[in-house]
Design a protein. Structure first.
Length: 360
């Protein structure tokens, strides 16, 4: 191509001389382009432009022009500086931070390039505001229990009174209570009730509920007056000679009884207990010097109802512990009475100055 272009350019130079002088007498820039064949209009009559030589010269000239155009198009600019002025201005580089990745170019089979395009980061979906929790459904009403209700408790430890005395008398009739009624529901009575319940095949709670009370009443008879209020659990001992005159609390350690006597006659009698070997009850003849109905021991913080003091801190008084536990315990030196009703009546009759005799 380069050789052919150089040869054609040589011919162009030669042909230009012919056109410059014009074999037909015209200058180069007139007839052939304005009125001749290359101008698109027919040749002027009388001109020799249409002669064979003229046609060959025109053909050669056209070929040279095409060759120069081809050379300029195929080999690049001869003047780099001049060509640079013709180059389009390079676009400004795109900002990578905001420009999306270019789509892959298709291949011959119309499929996308084998290299996968980077997966665009999904735009986060706005979080919906939290909804208020559904209101709690109303709590269903509890189902009624199918278990049988427990019978009502009528008497338990700490109870006292005529019905407790009757309970004890009925238990004694069938051999579950081994002493005279006291009217106080203590541990001895609770154990007697428990023994009765277990023997009859019921739960041994030691508490007298309605069912236990009904069953006991069905098995026993109504107690007599002597069964309910015996004079003492033990026989009254022969009184000491000092007890035969005046108003005397005659107390026997041997028989563990107290006899309230006036001029040798027994007005009332009751069971008593005494102090232990470490806190023994004093023996001898004394006088009542102080009466205290609702007394509480400041030394032992123990209730001493219906107290009749006769020697220092020792007194005759009601003892709930004695009523509950019997002779299983002991006092701190006092003379304990377990029948509250009897000692209450005694408290009302005894006066300060009355004699107290304690003996064996």
């Amino acid at each position: 191509m380069a050789g052919m272009a150089r040869r054609n350019m040589g011919n162009v130079g030669m042909e230009s001389d012919a056109y410059g002088n014009g074999g037909d007498g015209h200058p180069y820039g007139n007839a052939p382009y304005s009125n001749g064949t290359y101008g698109g209009a027919p040749s002027v009559r009388g001109h020799r432009h249409g002669s064979p030589r003229g046609r060959r010269t025109a053909t050669a000239t056209a070929a040279g022009v095409l060759a120069i155009a081809a050379l300029a198009a195929g080999c690049g600019p001869q003047d780099p500086a001049a060509d640079a002025l013709k180059q389009p201005t390079a676009p400004a580089p795109a900002t990578t931070a905001t420009t999306a990745p270019a789509a892959p170019s298709p291949t011959e089979d119309g499929k996308a390039d084998a290299t996968p395009a980077p997966t665009p980061t999904p735009t986060p979906t706005p979080t919906e505001p939290p909804t208020a929790p559904p209101s709690a459904s109303p709590t269903p009403a509890p189902r009624p229990s199918t278990a049988s209700p427990r019978p009502e408790v009528l008497m338990r430890t700490g109870s006292e009174g005529p019905r407790v005395r009757e309970l004890q008398a009925r238990l004694r009739q069938i051999g579950h209570f081994g002493r005279n009624p006291t009217g106080y529901y203590g541990t001895v009575t609770a154990e007697a009730v428990r023994s009765f319940q277990v023997k009859r095949g019921t739960e041994g709670t030691g508490e007298t509920d309605a069912a236990t009370w009904q069953k006991l009443r069905a098995m026993t008879r109504t107690p007599t007056a002597d069964e309910l209020n015996p004079p003492t659990e033990r026989p009254v001992a022969k009184p000491d000679e000092r007890c035969l005159t005046g108003r005397v609390l005659c107390i026997s350690k041997k028989s563990r009884t107290l006899a309230w006597m006036i001029d040798g006659r027994v007005v009332s009698a009751m069971d008593v207990r005494f102090g232990s070997e470490y806190t023994p009850t004093r023996e001898g003849e004394f006088k009542v010097f102080w009466k205290s109905r609702d007394h509480v021991s400041t030394l032992y913080d123990t209730p001493m109802p219906y107290a009749l003091f006769f020697s220092g801190g020792q007194a005759v008084h009601y003892s709930a512990d004695f009523a509950a536990n019997g002779y299983g315990g002991a006092s701190h030196g006092c003379v304990n009475v377990r029948d509250r009703k009897k000692v209450a009546a005694l408290f009302g009759q005894v006066k300060n100055g009355d004699k107290v005799v304690i003996y064996w």
